[in-house]
Design a protein around this ligand. Structure first.
Ligand SMILES: *[C@@H]1O[C@H](CO)[C@@H](O)[C@H](O)[C@H]1NC(C)=O
Ligand SMILES: *[C@@H]1O[C@H](CO)[C@@H](O)[C@H](O)[C@H]1NC(C)=O
Ligand SMILES: *[C@@H]1O[C@H](CO)[C@@H](O)[C@H](O)[C@H]1NC(C)=O
Ligand SMILES: *[C@@H]1O[C@H](CO)[C@@H](O)[C@H](O)[C@H]1NC(C)=O
Ligand SMILES: *[C@@H]1O[C@H](CO)[C@@H](O)[C@H](O)[C@H]1NC(C)=O
Length: 393
């Protein structure tokens, strides 16, 4: 597999047109580089505020934004709105630099490592500390000179809220870090764990037949697409927007499928969401139901792929309005995350016979080479996140 990044983290796909939570949009000028005096540049960091439940001397609930447009996270973190009234809390969602509209160099931000180099979790944490300080000054009263702040976050945003508390204990009194894989780094967690957990979700919600069909599909895809006729056939069968032509295209579609299954497991909520894609409640169960319904006892590879194609519609076409299946994710969120994954966020992942994914070793050298080819950067070493955040200290 050619993948440099396994889809651990949550990318924005579609933001629902029906926004439920209302917040004011604000901006603060923050230093481009918190850690040097090489330049004095600043940029506008976006953040969202809802003060409906805030009462003087109440705390600040501060969401540490992930790798995407902050509105997406504000619309999917109802927990903060649910509990804010009980705490008289001010609700704040801060956008992560280089995502959404918080682009330090506007549309140049992604054009070269010269501009992109200021994208790091460390700089993002420093942005949050800077904004927290500003909010604390603004909301301070005579009786309460330092407003207590609690950080919230999920996934990569959860890692940031945990790290904010660990690195800057004077800024936040606590952190609620949900689904925050701060141990998904070198030698802290076996590299196969993540994929085994995703597989468990499919077995739990869809049965063993579902995960077995997926496991068998990798060979089916590789063998059917060996020749051009097969590539054309699969492109038609799955209504692909970009027909399969090369060996790389096959690797890419396998990466894409891997991400789809991972997203389905991550978004396997008991209610419909429009987070990674518009999805029904328990999308894994729905996906696996469609596999069973369309099972033709899998006499051959084409049967497997046909069945899978129908099931994939849960993810790609739940709204029934998709004209073709887009397997090329190409938004800012993805490019930004790929850069982060190629510099700091090196999360070793692998798959074995014990999970439903195509077998794949963790090979840091290969990972680094892929990063260089695709992103023009290499991680300094696999130890970076451990050195920066302490691992299990
Ligand atoms: C804050 O959010 C609540 C809950 O969604 C909403 O009722 C309220 O109108 C919002 N406040 C503002 C100022 O937008
Ligand atoms: C940054 O600003 C200070 C104060 O305005 C100035 O003295 C200094 O030369 C500036 N530094 C750079 C690198 O431009
Ligand atoms: C950035 O935007 C400006 C003005 O909107 C435009 O002239 C320029 O071509 C854009 N540059 C790139 C690299 O997209
Ligand atoms: C899908 O195709 C229909 C009919 O050809 C067209 O009206 C519609 O705009 C297309 N939708 C998208 C998202 O391309
Ligand atoms: C999406 O679903 C609609 C309705 O079932 C169907 O007409 C359309 O072909 C599907 N799109 C794709 C890409 O399969």
């Amino acid at each position: 597999m050619e993948s440099i990044v396994i889809g651990l983290i949550l990318f924005p796909a579609v933001i629902s047109g029906n926004l439920n939570y209302v917040l004011d949009t604000k901006y603060i000028n923050v230093p481009l580089d918190h850690f040097s005096f090489a330049n004095n540049l600043t940029f506008k960091l976006r953040y969202l505020v809802n003060d409906t439940y805030h009462v003087e001397r109440g705390p600040i609930f501060f969401y540490t934004g992930n790798e995407g447009d902050i509105n997406l996270f504000a619309q999917n973190t109802g927990f903060m709105f649910d509990i804010a009234p009980y705490f008289n809390a001010l609700i704040v969602f801060a956008e992560h630099r280089y995502y959404g509209t918080s682009l330090p160099f506007g549309n140049l931000s992604y054009t070269s490592p010269k501009y992109l180099g200021y994208l790091s979790s460390g700089q993002a944490l420093a942005d949050y500390v800077y904004l927290i300080n500003d909010l604390q000054n603004r909301y301070a009263t005579k009786e309460l000179w330092k407003v207590p702040v609690v950080a919230f976050g999920g996934s990569y945003g959860g890692m940031l809220s945990a790290w904010l508390r660990m690195k800057y204990p004077s800024s936040v009194v606590g952190a609620i870090a949900s689904s925050a894989p701060i141990w998904q780094f070198k030698d802290l967690t076996p590299c196969e764990n993540f994929n085994r957990i995703v597989t468990n979700v499919f077995e739990g919600f869809g049965g063993e037949k579902c995960s077995r069909t997926i496991k068998n599909s990798w060979n089916a895809i590789r063998s059917v697409t060996k020749d051009d006729t097969g590539k054309v056939m699969l492109s038609k069968l799955w209504n692909l927007c970009t027909p399969l032509k090369t060996k790389d295209d096959i690797d890419n579609i396998i990466d894409w499928l891997t991400n789809v299954y991972t997203d389905l497991a991550m978004a396997n909520y008991p209610y419909p969401v429009n987070f990674l894609a518009p999805l029904p409640a328990y999308p894994v169960r729905e996906f696996c139901n469609r596999i069973q319904q369309n099972s033709y006892d899998y006499k051959n590879d084409t049967d497997i792929l046909n069945s899978l194609g129908k099931a994939l519609q849960v993810y790609t076409n739940y709204t029934k309005t998709t004209n073709c299946t887009n397997t090329v994710a190409d938004n800012l969120g993805d490019s930004g995350w790929n850069f982060q994954a190629c510099t700091e966020m090196i999360m070793p992942m692998c798959s074995t016979d014990l999970d439903m994914f195509e077998n794949n070793d963790w090979d840091f050298k290969k990972y680094s080479d892929d990063c260089f080819t695709k992103e023009g950067v290499r991680p300094r070493s696999e130890d970076v996140p451990i050195l920066e955040y302490g691992g299990k200290f």
